[in-house]
Design a protein around this ligand. Structure first.
Ligand code: ATP
Ligand code: LTN
Length: 354
């Protein structure tokens, strides 16, 4: 319980600084991605591209969140394969495992331990308001309660590392708001323990829409017509772009009443680093067919070097496992003392006081 006891108040200021506080540190970034399928251009444009850029100036930690991927029905053999494939995809995209810490969530048991502790500070009602739970659970009573708990595990992932900023797509904004609320609540109950993280959501690329339905977000667990993935061959990419839904009319403009074109122009602009207005001007009077052919080639060209590197990495899965094991060690160097601090302030540690 909270409050004073013969052993002192748990909210009392600590007399000794925690070891991690003694070292001045760079801004720390943490983000996660589920091994629920091959990485899509939505993941890349919304999040991963930024992780690659930020690793040079910030201390970056990237986690393959396999425990999150268990919250919907899955095949265990696929999960292991997808975990290794996703690690290879991230490295192929430019995550440098010498710079950033890249690891698999289940290898650091502190994530699940902290989830339980944070669950005691998370309201049932808060979790019920999460739109992802409502979307993925679809109101089905028989949905696993892990899906309900998903945001608590995500909060634990983030605050376990004293994260300053969380680079994600727009769909994760609500989860990060909840993370902040839970961390603040914990700090006010048990004393300053966690850094309160900020969401880092870019305007461009934050929400890439599905190719077969521009009102839904592109998602690697959607059907194959929904996304373009890094595992897709050039021919598949051509076919998928060719079949992508378009709007009525024939104008190639990024207007709100043209959601399909707005999405395709957005993708084109991000991949080629060309302002949308310039693309709109280039395609005045040009048909959808030519536009789509050009877009497919632009995507293929940008993805080619990444795909070549990916093929090399996939040829040596033992090396990927070695990289992930090293990432686990480095992640635990941060997670273990933090978790010990949490055990102390919550009164579940039997070691001498903090
Ligand atoms: P799933 O289909 O299993 O839910 P997902 O493709 O939505 O997976 P996640 O692993 O949940 O991807 O997300 C990894 C990162 O990619 C997150 O930061 C998320 O916000 C971002 N992201 C996912 N989809 C998109 C998208 N369509 N547009 C922009 N960012 C996205
Ligand atoms: N829920 C996230 C994946 C995720 C995550 C995280 C993202 C799990 N833990 C921590 C950022 C920080 C998603 O993209 N669906």
């Amino acid at each position: 319980m909270v409050g004073a006891s013969a052993f002192g108040s748990i909210a009392e200021p600590r007399t000794q600084p925690a070891p991690f506080e003694a070292v001045a540190r760079r801004k720390r970034v943490f983000s996660g991605i589920q091994p629920s399928g091959s990485m899509t251009i939505g993941n890349y444009l919304g999040a991963v591209r930024r992780w690659v850029r930020q690793q040079h100036e910030r201390q970056s930690i990237h986690c393959i969140v396999n425990l999150h991927a268990m919250t919907l029905p899955y095949d265990p053999i696929d999960l292991r394969r997808r975990t290794l494939d996703l690690a290879a995809e991230l490295i192929a995209c430019g995550i440098d495992p010498e710079k950033a810490i890249l690891f698999v969530q289940s290898e650091v048991p502190e994530h699940t331990e902290l989830t339980w502790i944070l669950s005691t500070q998370t309201m049932f009602g808060e979790l019920g308001r999460m739109t992802q739970f409502k979307d993925k659970g679809r109101g089905d009573e028989r949905v696993g309660s892990g899906l309900f708990f998903y945001p608590v595990l995500m909060a634990a992932d983030i605050i376990l590392y004293d994260t300053d900023s969380v680079p994600v797509g727009e769909d994760q904004r609500q989860h990060i708001e909840l993370t902040r609320d839970v961390a603040q609540r914990f700090n006010s109950v048990f004393g300053e323990t966690f850094v309160i993280p900020e969401a880092d959501i870019e305007k461009e690329g934050a929400r890439i829409m599905a190719l077969d339905d521009p009102t839904k977000k592109m998602s690697k667990s959607g059907g194959p017509a929904n996304y373009i993935a890094f595992m897709d061959s050039p021919d598949e990419i051509r076919r998928k772009i060719n079949r992508a839904v378009t709007d009525s009319g024939s104008e190639i403009v990024a207007r709100d009443d043209k959601p399909a074109m707005k999405n395709l122009l957005g993708i084109y602009s991000l991949f080629t680093d060309t302002p949308i207005s310039e693309l709109e001007a280039r395609y005045v009077g040009v048909g959808y067919g030519q536009f789509k052919r050009d877009l497919a080639e632009a995507i293929i060209e940008q993805m080619a070097p990444i795909q070549a590197r990916l093929a090399e990495l996939q040829a040596d899965p033992d090396e990927i496992v070695r990289i992930l094991n090293r990432g686990t060690e480095r992640a635990r160097e941060i997670a273990t003392p933090k978790m010990e601090q949490v055990r102390q302030v919550t009164g579940i540690s039997l070691k001498a006081g903090w």
